[in-house]
Design a protein around this ligand. Sequence first.
Ligand SMILES: [Zn+2]
Length: 254
Amino acid sequence: MPELNPEFAKFQKELETLLKELTNRLTRAGLTKVQLAQIAAEVDFFQELKSFGFEDLVNKYFNGYDKIITQKINEAAAQGVKGLANVNIDSLLQIKELETQHLLKRAEAFSLQYKRELFTSLIRGDSIPETISKLRDITLTDAQLGTVLNTQYSEFSRTATKDIYKAKPEQRFRYVGRAGSSGIIPTNSEQCRWLIENQKPEGYTMAEIDAGIETPFTHQYGDLKGQPKMIYWQGREPNFNCIHEWTSIYDNKS
Ligand SMILES: [Zn+2]
């Protein structure tokens, strides 16, 4: 069970609905095999996905990235952080551009596979329900892409925070489930939970975090077997599916 990022959970759900709709439309009309074969030949399923709002869905997902940056910069400005003009927003947003393109490519590949499956299934002589069920099994994201998309929001947010506060080395940070929220998101990782619940009240500097915060747990297997479980700037190590991040502590006295 990964630590699920709420934005990704929402995206995944909406994507599933969209893909279901693509197949439902084929079944609803009560088409014959001949008509289905005709559709398989004529329809561009990538265009279909787009007309169902796939691009909007992707854009909506990645637009959250702009919000993350704006929110963090405003927060830092309110805290009197200098050098904010030097934060390289363009290179941060390049990530968003690349991910958008990557997802569009995946959708294209999905559409081709969908068409191929529809065709071959009909030629093989499968029944219509068999064909439909095969179409439903085709996925647009796999576990690996899911992991990337799930953690990338946090990855992006963590990188943005680091960029923004690099000019203020004395800044202290608190480990949270999500910047801007009170903190604990359900997690199955004992080290993330422990740090969220047991961190020093004054927080940690970036240098301390980069050196790693030791937790009382030990890796039981893998390359790190026998070593203490650490938390770094990018969360736990290894950080697959870790969505926790460091948020700046605002000192009202200054
Ligand atoms: Zn975590």
